[in-house]
Design a binder for this molecule. Structure first.
Ligand code: NAP
Ligand code: G3H
Length: 475
């Protein structure tokens, strides 16, 4: 009999009539069941949150911060326990899963502290009329109300904490929908907030398949802000359903690593391998293509290959570098990209190997722009190298993508690095390092189809608050 996980609704743990079983992607082991909530149960979540909102927003930042610090302490205490479940549930290396929980505690603490620095401003009138000088505006941040936070399978805890903590410290109430594959860990995160003593209804959870209840929870008029991380198609759908309501969308990416002739190739190879193959490539910020100057391509690719050959392939509990992908559909998708590249003449530097959902890491040389691998997000351990003949060509291919999350530039010519960074249509450019979110106080955003709105503790708080001005006339 597997453990029955429950939803946190109005301070109580609730089951539903329908339950879903969550299986480990790596072994097929049944890990537990979670409720598949009905629409009426979602209504009850939203009603509880609205009832709890006035008292929560009336607290001082210091009082709200105390709850957050407590939740963070509980996460640190339980990191091994939560990490063990997370590791099995999303087939993430055991150490990486524990570190995801610790990083979440850090974000929660940071958000609590950032809340203490939430300041408004006082403005003096300054329009063309002389009388405007007599006006004074007090501008303050107010909570938006009820925030719906939706996290993806690859960081079910961390990309939940990065939404929930800034929302709560700002005085909002929260409904959190974890990914179905990731909902056990998501509900363990909720347990930490519940144990921290958050007042009933301030933080609630909703489980159920996005394909079934997604539209209902998003369209619901009780929701004031939707904070979503996940795929671009689902993000676009949420954008359509949101109407006039504010949203934050962190979506897919096709991050380029651009390697110039003068780059330190050992440093580039190390970062490219870590960036492309961490968590088997299932990161929005993974290096998803390398644009390398032709003169140095052979040398760089040899260095990358020798590192890739050392990656271990196996099970999450053994902390293998490459673990099974989240499901068969994901592995089939990667396989489709591999076949397309093979058929169109790219050169695979190893034999393609797949056992179930476990795909061995593979690099392709001589990828060209007519291949799907040049443009699509594999979300798996396959990395294309595209040889280029000029900086302009590298920038053009990078910018031709529908995505615009991040990019890396490897060079020791810093003026050139800055010039390239200015031209890349992405949210962040890393110089001589892999693409990556964070640190978590930095702004994190995507251009084009990679998102809308800006994450990062301070930026998330700003996004999930409204400004209100109170204007005085001094007579
Ligand atoms: P996904 O399929 O879009 O799912 C993300 C979340 O949305 C899950 O909780 C999912 O629930 C829910 N959902 C699905 N359909 C929904 C709907 N119609 N309405 C509301 N919610 C719905 O993405 P994923 O496969 O979990 O994550 C991988 C993708 O996320 C990749 O494209 C990756 O690049 C992107 N990602 C982006 C960032 C970033 O910060 N830019 C970070 C991480 C991941 P169910 O699980 O129940 O379907
Ligand atoms: O998957 C998307 C995450 O936002 C990536 O975070 O760069 O820290 O792995 P990371």
């Amino acid at each position: 009999m597997t453990k029955q996980y429950k939803n946190l609704v109005n301070g109580e743990w609730k089951t539903s009539q329908t339950e879903m079983t969550i299986y480990a992607p790596a072994t097929g082991e049944a890990l537990g069941t979670v409720p598949a909530m009905s629409q009426q149960e979602v209504d009850a979540v939203y009603e509880a949150a609205h009832q709890a909102a006035p008292a929560w927003r009336a607290l001082s930042y210091v009082e709200r911060a105390a709850y957050l610090h407590k939740a963070a302490d509980i996460l640190v205490r339980d990191a091994a326990k939560i990490g063990a479940v997370l590791s099995k549930e999303v087939a993430k290396g055991h150490k990486a899963a524990i570190s995801e929980v610790i990083r979440t505690a850090e974000i929660i603490n940071y958000a609590a502290e950032e809340g203490l620095r939430m300041e408004g401003e006082v403005l003096e009138g300054g329009s063309f009329e002389a009388a405007s000088k007599k006006k004074i505006a007090i501008v303050r941040h107010e909570p938006v109300g009820l925030v719906l936070a939706i996290s993806p399978f690859n960081y079910p805890v961390n990309l939940a904490g990065s939404k929930i903590a800034p929302a709560l410290i700002a005085g909002n109430v929260v409904a959190f929908k974890p990914p179905t594959q990731g909902s056990l860990s998501g509900l363990l995160l909720a347990q930490a907030f519940a144990e921290a003593g958050l007042p009933a209804g301030v933080f609630n959870t909703i489980t159920g398949r996005g394909a079934v209840i997604g539209d209902y929870i998003v369209e619901h008029e009780a929701v004031n802000f939707i904070n979503f991380t996940g795929s671009t198609p689902v993000g676009e759908r949420i954008g359509q359903l949101a109407g006039m309501r504010p949203i934050m969308l962190e979506l897919g990416g096709k991050d380029s690593a651009i390697v110039l002739e003068d780059a330190d190739l050992d440093l580039a190879a190390k970062n490219i391998v870590a960036g492309a193959f961490g968590y088997s490539g299932q990161r929005c910020t993974a290096v998803k293509r390398v644009l390398v100057m032709d003169q140095i391509a052979d040398e760089l690719i040899a260095k990358v290959k020798s590192r890739v050959d050392q990656l271990t392939v196996g099970m999450p509990e053994d902390d293998a570098d490459i673990t099974p992908l989240i499901d068969t559909k994901a592995a089939d998708f990667v396989e489709g990209l591999v076949h397309d590249a093979n058929e169109k003449g790219a050169k695979a530097l190893a034999q393609y190997q797949r056992q179930g959902n476990l795909i061995s890491p593979l690099i392709f040389d001589h990828v060209t722009t007519d291949m799907r691998l040049a443009w699509e997000e594999p979300f798996g351990p396959v990395l294309p190298f595209i040889r280029v003949h000029s900086v302009e060509e590298a920038i053009a291919i990078s910018n031709d993508s529908e995505y615009g999350l991040q990019a890396s530039v490897f060079t020791n010519n810093f003026p050139q690095a800055f010039a390239i960074a200015e031209q890349l249509e992405v949210g962040t450019v890393h110089i001589n390092n892999k693409t990556q979110r964070g640190t978590d106080n930095f702004p994190f955003l995507g251009a084009k189809k990679s998102g809308a709105g800006v994450q990062g503790v301070k930026y998330s708080i700003d996004a999930m608050t409204n400004l209100k001005s109170i204007v005085f006339d001094i007579q």
